[in-house]
Design a protein around this ligand. Structure first.
Ligand code: DC
Length: 226
């Protein structure tokens, strides 16, 4: 399938399978996959290590804003990097997951990440997943999806993902973390998680990856005549 030079923006709740789907879509169409949540997680890891966020999630915003100027956060072989250090595993920990939403609510952090994302998307042919890609980062994206799924199914998926990596957690704890993040992500002042008016909803509670791909291909064929 010859897909034109477009940006595919995939937004939605945590653990709806956005990144797995986005990766497969990128692979299928020969697009670049960009995980915007990984950048928020990277800033969070950085803030934890520099002690700019404490246990009750109080953030030293002036210090963090200043430190961001020096932060070389980028994508490389195998995932996300700070300078030449691969941080892909650390950013998936429960500690980072528990602190990422307050960090992502800081306007200066959002500006920092938005600037990076827009740079990566300059040449189109990207699939980017996140919470505000279709509303804020690329409001002009040619194709916007909004992914959702039943919360318990999402928690089970996240737990399976963690178990596969050897990280063990309790299902109720994972569910609680997801629901807290949904709440903060949807209620923050800057770029809250909302569906763009022109986004198509994809509820994949009962869909396999193949079902989702079939659905997407039909959408693309109809919209772009390809
Ligand atoms: O997709 P994820 O779970 O890795 O995202 C981690 C956090 O980053 C999530 O709780 C919300 C935040 N995020 C955001 O605010 N805006 C984005 N575009 C992507 C992620």
């Amino acid at each position: 399938m010859q897909v034109p030079d477009i940006i595919i923006a995939i937004d939605g709740y945590s653990s709806t399978g956005k990144s797995s789907f986005a990766k497969i879509v990128a692979n299928e169409f020969g697009f670049l996959y960009l995980d915007s949540g990984a950048l928020y997680r990277g800033v969070t890891l950085f803030a934890i290590e520099k002690r700019l966020i404490n246990e009750d999630c109080t953030i030293d915003i002036p210090a963090l804003t200043g430190a961001l100027e020096e932060l070389d956060l980028h994508f490389g072989k195998g995932g996300t990097y700070i300078g030449d250090r691969c941080i892909e595993n650390e950013i998936r920990s429960l500690e980072v997951a528990g602190k990422v939403s307050p960090i992502a609510a800081v306007p200066q952090v959002r500006n920092y990440v938005d600037r990076k994302l827009r740079e990566f998307g300059r040449n189109k042919r990207v699939v980017m997943d996140g919470r505000d890609i279709g509303t804020t980062v690329f409001p002009e994206a040619e194709l916007k999806l909004f992914m959702t799924a039943d919360p318990m199914i999402r928690a089970q998926r996240r737990l399976a993902e963690m178990n596969a990596k050897g990280d063990h957690a309790d299902l109720q704890e994972v569910l609680k973390n997801l629901q807290e993040r949904d709440y903060i992500d949807s209620h923050r002042e800057v770029s809250p998680l909302t569906k763009a008016d022109d986004a198509l909803v994809l509820d994949n509670s009962n869909m396999t990856i193949d079902d989702q791909m079939e659905w997407l291909k039909e959408v693309i064929q109809k919209r772009f005549n390809c």
